[in-house]
Design a binder for this molecule. Structure first.
Ligand SMILES: [Mg+2]
Length: 376
């Protein structure tokens, strides 16, 4: 089976309200929809959201340009026989660009699953579960609004919530987390994400304060490159430390664990560049006894399903994931959005990623690029 075309489109889907974090604000879901077509008529899809400015250097424009200008010319004409071989080809053509590459890998695994009659989780060696619990997340809000929002999330069935902090106002950040703990009681797990927002002084204040609030973990309190700072905060023993922005490659995961700089690792299929690298990071975590959480806060049902396939493929992955992006959308790129009912994601029944792209919705939300590949 040969690849005959690779298409990319810039897409913008409205969201239910601004989603604010330490290093930027989402005002819509901006993404690049990728389709890979084969000579057997099988079309694979992928979708990659644009992270906020402080999270990734990639934008919808760079993702689109790299796919159209660098990766598509290399892939067209290739035998679709080995994702690992194609992964290496892309690396040789243009290193980095993990968000762009993850979209290509989603589409490639979608095709291989459809051809084999398997889900992507099945291709990866699973599934070990057909559904996964979710952590319901809120952005940076006043303590009062945060308390109301997490109460609504718990009433919707979630047993784990995630609260964003990491602003210049440490007092307000701590007050937000206290208000959430008071609102949901002691039986709900609370995760905290600072998105690399603190300097070391503020991070020390926050981590010590959170120690009284029975927090599951604090995610990326200091800059991604400050591995020594992460190790210092972990040594306090107050709250387990999660690394997110610090980890892009399998080598990052290996070295960060080796230097004792985190208790938990977070991966997103986009940040790590797709299934091949994600699997290697999961192996590092399993072999070192390091907990691993998967998921991202804003994405379409296509991207959430692609990531859920990964989370359901491996037993070492934490059974509470975070791909809750579709819950924040006003619409989606499919007529059958992924089910997040009751704080639990059900793996789609279909082969490949398991989500059917809607041509009508794609046409409605496309804001850039030419549709050059018809869907089969
Ligand atoms: Mg994070």
């Amino acid at each position: 089976m040969k690849i005959t075309a690779v298409d990319a489109l810039k897409v913008r889907v409205p969201i239910k309200g601004d989603y604010r974090m330490a290093k930027g604000v989402h005002k819509a879901l901006d993404s690049v929809l990728v389709r890979v077509v084969t000579d057997e008529g099988i079309v694979g899809v992928g979708d990659i959201h644009q992270g906020v400015a402080g999270y990734t250097s990639e934008t919808v424009d760079t993702i689109f340009s790299i796919i159209k200008g660098a990766y598509a010319p290399v892939l067209v004409g290739q035998e679709l026989d080995s994702p690992e071989r194609l992964h290496r080809l892309l690396t040789e053509e243009r290193m980095g660009n993990p968000f762009a590459r993850s979209g290509i890998e989603m589409a490639i695994f979608d095709i291989l699953g459809k051809q084999a009659g398997l889900s992507v989780a099945g291709l990866l060696g699973g599934p070990v579960r057909k559904s996964i619990l979710l952590s319901g997340g809120i952005g940076i809000e006043t303590p009062e609004v945060a308390a109301k929002k997490v109460t609504d999330i718990v009433e919707a069935g979630y047993r784990t919530i995630k609260v964003k902090i990491g602003t210049d106002d440490v007092t307000q950040d701590i007050a937000r987390v206290r208000a959430c703990r008071k609102a949901v009681g002691d039986d709900i797990a609370i995760r905290i994400d600072a998105n690399a927002g603190y300097n070391m002084t503020d991070a020390l204040i926050v981590v010590k304060a959170l120690g009284e609030l029975n927090i599951e973990h604090i995610e990326q309190p200091v800059a991604g490159e400050d591995w020594e700072g992460m190790a210092r905060l972990r040594a306090l023993g107050a709250v387990p430390i999660m690394a997110d922005e610090s980890i892009v490659t399998p080598s990052d995961a290996y070295r960060l664990v080796h230097m004792g700089a985190c208790d938990v690792i977070k991966i997103k299929i986009t940040k790590v560049g797709g299934y091949i690298n994600a699997r290697k990071i999961i192996d590092v975590c399993e072999s070192s006894g390091t907990e691993l959480v998967i998921g991202q806060g804003l994405c379409s049902s296509i991207e959430a399903a692609a990531e859920a396939q990964l989370a359901c493929a491996f037993s070492h992955v934490c059974s509470v994931a975070e791909m809750v992006g579709p819950a924040k959308l006003r619409d989606d790129l499919t007529d059958s959005p992924i089910s997040l009912e009751g704080g639990q994601l059900s793996l789609p029944e279909g082969n490949g990623i398991g989500i059917d792209l809607s041509e009508e919705k794609l046409a409605q939300y496309t804001v850039g690029g030419e549709i050059t590949v018809p869907a089969s």
